[in-house]
Design a protein around this ligand. Structure first.
Ligand SMILES: Nc1ncnc2c1ncn2[C@@H]1O[C@H](COP(=O)(O)OP(=O)(O)OP(=O)(O)O)[C@@H](O)[C@H]1O
Ligand SMILES: [Mg+2]
Length: 607
């Protein structure tokens, strides 16, 4: 069954540190923030003051001394004051929301940029170890959570906190005695709330967890729809779905039942609380203005209760949102791909040069050598052991061997997606570790085993191999890759737009484009990892001829399961468990009657 990540339901581990770090981003919108905080203060003061006006209003109602006309005048003044305060709080409320929105938009842009830039700087191993889905969720869930935090939660928290302090201060001014009673009652309510929320949040969490499982399952089944149909698993899938859907139903029922009980209890509790304060107030408060004090105080009690419950709700959502921000920061803190290389490789016209210390450029020939290379992806599980090989300029070297033998790994090491643990790899006699990574990779034309086509035109996708290449260069490369014919038959030819990894092309056509892309780079070394595995053998022969012309005097590595692809290589290396077990030309290896002979005869038998 689908494994679902419950990352959204975890709270932040270091909330304070994360919050402080997030606050540092406010430097990008300092002025807006200051104005927003000022609006928040004015807003809360205005709302607290408007409640306070109750007191003189009630006093006026109770008044028996002043003449009518004077009472009306005061009454009018108070109403105008009240209207003014409401207006002020409405305006500042609008302002503070608007300003915080602006602020968070600015910060979001910064965070997204930093995060995306980080993705470009992380080593390939990071992408091998993490699924696309979990990487995407940094940009979707976590960014969204942080945005919510900045836009609403923090603002609301500030408003509630300032307002709470103001309310308490006003209560103290009004009546110390009533305040003391309220503190005792508030203590009781807190205990009850704590118990009930523990019960309700447990059931709520269970519901969330089940919902995540259902969603994860649906997502996986939708993306795997083809495979489900191929293996006719529809009924099995439906059964599995019914089970987890039923579990969600049960959890939701429990959650809603509990919430529907807890809600009224809490509501009634606050009513009782209100009634007790009212009763005590009537008995305790005597003398002139007692009515005004009591009614105003009761107003503040409501205010107090709302603010406290707001703070506790916001506290939870802030902790969840901070977990999102925390995850973003943890990615930003990952070490970048390091590059200690100093030697530069430069392209001059059709040739590449490398520049040694004395500064006189030397043409790059494309001589690649492995000396006793040891490598493992995971410590203790060697993939390549004591591997030695050489490819002289102009040679075509082929790797064959069973699945998982380590062929792709060799290419990962030449372009330094991974670094070796023992031995040495040299490129024209220079240790690859001392060459600048960008230069190194630019000087290698590689067709990856699982190559990716980007959304864009066919022309743009070919030009990906070398951004400076002209249209003519791209078309020439497409002809070499034998892709020109099918491209000219596409609806808009080279301007046809490819969508989602070239889904509107056949597998083989995608490979031809990938080869064209490598050909346009005109690099001194070309590496083809199963580049023609989905291409028919006749087309493959044509590509081979084209590439032979392009790569004359340059080095080509070919990896292929189809042995006809590698037949004419200068040397064929047979790999097994990370070691070269046979090497030689096609004829040599056949005469040897070893592994290659076995593979070859098996293949022809099967064919
Ligand atoms: N990113 C990785 N992390 C850990 N182990 C890996 C990684 N990539 C490959 N391996 C392991 O290294 C070994 C060699 O893999 P490699 O991809 O080089 O095989 P291959 O010869 O190219 O196979 P195929 O013919 O299927 O393409 C395999 O056992 C594989 O499981
Ligand atoms: Mg491979």
């Amino acid at each position: 069954m689908a494994k679902v990540e419950l990352r959204n339901y975890r709270k932040a581990q270091t909330p304070v540190r994360t919050l402080l770090r997030l606050f540092r981003y406010f430097k990008h919108c300092r002025l807006i923030l200051i104005s927003a905080v000022a609006s928040i203060i004015v807003y809360t003061v205005a709302t607290i003051a408007s409640s306070y006006l109750m007191r003189p209003l009630v006093d006026l109602l109770e008044n028996t001394v002043l003449p009518h006309s004077e009472v009306y005048a005061k009454y009018l003044a108070l109403l105008i004051g009240l209207a003014g305060l409401y207006l002020l709080s409405a305006v500042t409320n609008y302002l503070l929301n608007r300003l915080m929105l602006e602020c968070s938009t600015v910060i979001m842009r910064e965070l997204r940029t930093e995060l995306f830039a980080k993705m470009q700087r992380l080593p390939v191993s990071y992408f091998d170890e993490n699924t696309n889905g979990s990487l995407m969720s940094y940009f979707t869930n976590d960014i969204e959570a942080t945005n919510e935090l900045l836009q609403h939660s923090i603002t609301q928290m500030l408003i509630s906190a300032i307002s709470l302090v103001g309310t308490i201060a006003m209560m103290l001014v009004l009546s110390m005695k009533l305040f003391a009673i309220m503190v005792v009652l508030a203590g009781i309510v807190t205990v009850v709330v704590r118990i009930t929320t523990r019960v309700s949040s447990r059931s709520y969490r269970a519901q969330q967890k089940n919902a995540a499982t259902v969603n994860g399952f649906i997502e996986e089944m939708i993306s795997g729809q083809r495979d489900i149909k191929v293996f006719t698993h529809e009924e099995k899938v439906m059964e599995d779905f019914s089970t987890i859907n039923e579990a969600l139903f049960t959890a939701s029922t429990t959650a809603t039942t509990i919430t529907s009980i807890v809600g009224p209890i809490l509501n009634n509790l606050s009513h009782i609380f209100y009634a007790i304060t009212c009763a005590v107030g009537v008995v305790w408060l005597t003398g002139e203005g007692a009515g005004g004090i009591l009614i105003t105080f009761l107003q503040y009690i409501r205010n107090f209760a709302t603010r406290v419950s707001q703070i506790s709700e916001q506290f939870n959502s802030i902790m969840l949102a901070l977990a999102g921000a925390e995850r973003i920061f943890s990615v930003l803190d990952l070490p970048n791909e390091t590059d200690e290389g100093t030697v530069t490789l430069e392209r001059r016209g059709d040739e590449y040069d490398w520049v040694p210390q004395d500064g006189v450029p030397v043409p790059l020939r494309g001589d690649v050598r492995f000396h006793d290379v040891d490598f493992s992806y995971v410590e203790g599980k060697p993939v390549l052991q004591g591997l030695s090989l050489y490819a002289k300029p102009g040679q075509k070297i082929a790797f064959v061997g069973s699945t998982g033998a380590g062929k792709t790994t060799i290419t990962n090491l030449i372009n330094r997606f991974y670094d070796i643990q023992g031995g040495q790899i040299t490129y024209d006699g220079i240790d690859v570790r001392s060459i600048k990574k960008d230069d190194l990779r630019r000087s290698l034309g590689i067709v990856l085993q699982d190559t990716h086509l980007f959304t864009g035109t066919v022309m743009e996708n070919i030009r990906y191999g070398r951004l400076e290449a002209s249209d003519e260069d791209c078309i020439r490369a497409a002809k070499i890759a034998n892709a020109h014919y099918f491209i000219s038959h596409l609806p808009q030819g080279y301007d046809t737009v490819l969508y989602s990894d070239g889904a509107n092309l056949s597998q083989g056509q995608r490979q031809l484009l990938a080869i064209a892309r490598a050909a346009v780079s005109e690099a001194p070394v070309l590496i083809l990892d199963e580049a023609t595995s989905s291409v028919d053998t006749r087309t493959e022969k044509l590509i081979e001829r084209g590439l032979d012309g392009l790569m004359r005097g340059r080095t080509v590595f070919v990896i292929a399961h189809r042995l006809s692809t590698v037949r004419n290589a200068d040397a064929i290396l047979v790999l097994e468990k990370g070691k070269v077990i046979e090497r030689g030309s096609h004829d040599d290896l056949l005469a040897l009657k070893g592994k290659y002979y076995q593979l070859y005869t098996n293949m022809t038998e099967l064919a």
